[in-house]
Ligand binder design. Sequence first.
Ligand code: 5GP
Ligand code: MN
Length: 351
Amino acid sequence: MPATIVSALKDAQRVVITTHTRPDGDAVGSQLALGHFLKGQGKDVLMVNQDACPYNMEWLPGVGDIQLYKGSLAQVEFIAKADLAIVLDTNAASRVGTVGPQFKGTSALKVLIDHHTDPESWFDLMYRKETASSTGELLFDVFEAWDLDAIDYQVAAPLYVAILTDTGSFRFSSVTPRLHRVVAELIERGSLDVAELHAQVYDKKSREGLQLMSKVFSTIETHFDGAVGSMVVSRRFLADTGAPVEETEGFVNHLLTIEGVRIALIFTETAGGTKVSFRSKGDYHVHKWAQAFGGGGHRNASGAFIREPLEQAMKKAINAAPRYTSVQDEDQESLSAEDAAYLSSLMNSQN
Ligand code: 5GP
Ligand code: MN
C-alpha cells in the first residue's frame, strides 16, 4: 500500500536508497526521483549503487548525487544508522551487488519498491506489483499519496525516463490508460519537453555503435519454426568496432519485430561467460527459463549469466526453450550444426 510506505517515509529522517547492478533507466530514474522528492521533504538521503549509470542516463538531473559504493566509513555508517533502507527495481540482495550485505545487516527498516516476481523475504515493508509497467509507476503512487505538488522537474524528468525506458516508449502490454494519466501529470508538473527527453535517452549512439549493430544483426537466426529469434554480441565484434557494450541495449527488441518471432534472445560474450537477455511477447513467458539458468526477471523480460563459452551457452539456452516456454519442440534441432558453424565463421572473421 502506498499509504503505509508514505507513513514510514514520513517517520524516517535518514534514508538510503539503492538499486540493481548495471542500472537501467527505471533503476536510476526511480532512484533520482525518490531521492529528490525526499530531500524536498527535508530528509537526509544517500543514494548509493554498486555500478555507475549507463552513458545515456548521465544527463539526468541530480545524477551527480548518486554515489558509487566504495565501502567508505561514511557510507557504511550512513547505511548502518539509517532509519530506512530502500531497494528499488530489484528484489534480491545479490542483484544490488556489493551494497547487498550492508542493506541486509542494517537495523534500518528495509523497504522494497519493485515490480519483479519472487521477492526475497528480508524486507520489512514492500510495495510491489508485478503488473506495474515500471518501478517509476509505483513511485508515482507513493508521491500521489503524499504530495503531488512536490513533483517538480527534478522528480518528473527521471520518473518519466523510468517509465519511458521500461515500457519500450509506451508500447508494451503493461501500458494502461492509468499509466498515460500518470505520464500526463509528469509532463504537466515538470513542464517536460518529451521530444528532448526521448532524444537524450535514445539518440546518443555512436557511429561505432551502429557498426556493432550491423555485425550483431548479421548473426540473427530463428529457431522452433520461427518462434524464437537469437542474436550474438561477440567480444570480437566489440573489439573490431570499438563500441561500448552499453550500446547493445535495445538490440534484442528488434528481433521481436520479425513476423512470427515471439521470443528473442541476445547472447553477449564476456571473459567469464555468456550473458543472456530474454524478451518475449504475450503469453510466451521467459522468467522460468531464465531462472533455470540462475537468472530471473519478468515474464516478458528476463536475464541470466551462464558461466560457459558463447556457443555452449547458446546451445543449452536455446535447446531448453520447450521445457520452460510454450514453444513447441518440432522434433528439430533448435540450433543446427550449420547454424552453429555459420555463426562461428561470422564471429571469427576479421572485420
Ligand atoms: P536485461 O536482459 O536487460 O539485463 O534484464 C532484463 C530483466 O531481467 C531485468 O528486469 C532484470 O531485473 C532481470 N535480470 C537480468 N539479469 C538477471 C540476472 O542475472 N538475475 C536475475 N535474477 N535477474 C536478471
Ligand atoms: Mn524496472
